[in-house]
Design a protein around this ligand. Sequence first.
Ligand code: AMP
Ligand code: FES
Ligand code: ZN
Ligand code: ZN
Length: 308
Amino acid sequence: MLCKICKSKGRRNKAVIYLRHHRLALCKEHFIEWFERQTEKAIKEFKMFRREEKVLVAVSGGKDSLSLWFALHRLGYETYGFHISLGIEGWNYSQKSLEVCRRFSERIGRPLLVFNLKEEFGYSIEEIAEGSGRKDVCSVCGTFKRYLMNKIAREKDFRVVATGHNLDDESALLLSNVMRWELGYLGRQYPVLPEEGGFARKVKPFCFLTEKETVSYAILNGIEFMETGCPNAKEATSKTYKQALAFLEHEMPGTKLRFYKEFLRKARPLFEKELKKELELNECEICGMPTTAPVCSVCRTLQRLREC
Ligand code: AMP
Ligand code: FES
Ligand code: ZN
Ligand code: ZN
């Protein structure tokens, strides 16, 4: 197959990727150009951040977040990486992830901020989950990650935090929220969560790009990334929703993008009404982060662990 853009210019370059739902075959150069243009378009469409704002890019060491850091850097934004080292020893996961992020930061010549959970809090994420009696490490992990993204953003004066969530993540989350008719979550699901009550703005510039596209972008740019996910495998349900959508996508190309885009355009405004009025926030007595209780849930968890 030949690159469609090269062909239109009278050149015969072989395509490296075929984007079935866009009916677009592209060579390496034009795919990278297309991918970065899509990223910039999402940033502009949802007013994620302005050129003069510095962006904290949350990087796990996986293909999505490192591709995001690379794309934002290439687009000329002032980026800083932020990695949370969770202390997961299985498969040497946390150590390898940190090394991958460090090497990447050196490659593009941009700073990487690191928060080491074990060094700062005294416990790894697995110890924290176990100590708080929660079986699902991933959900405890999600709470800590969100907390730390807000905390570091606040301390280092960032107003915006970008994550590598892609279309596969967002459409699977949407499907799971629809299946359970989670009206509040449906009202909140959006590519931008505004800066509010002392929390930084959260943005997802890859929300319209598929996993296939982000992994291709990473490979074509020679980005080294962690190929295995976290050993505390994600709940099976989100994988099931991804598989269901992959089947629909195979039968009807474009389903995922349509499902998510049409939700944003037509359905989400209806659910926005379901958003509960924000509860009054005050500062956590221990760490000073915004919370509805006197002490925030992260500080409460850590307090309980230290008392054991
Ligand atoms: P996940 O929930 O693992 O799919 O990750 C979603 C997004 O959260 C990633 O694309 C990153 O932007 C961010 N993220 C995940 N893990 C970390 C981490 N350990 N440190 C910093 N950011 C992370
Ligand atoms: Fe947090 Fe797996 S438990 S990444
Ligand atoms: Zn081309
Ligand atoms: Zn606190």
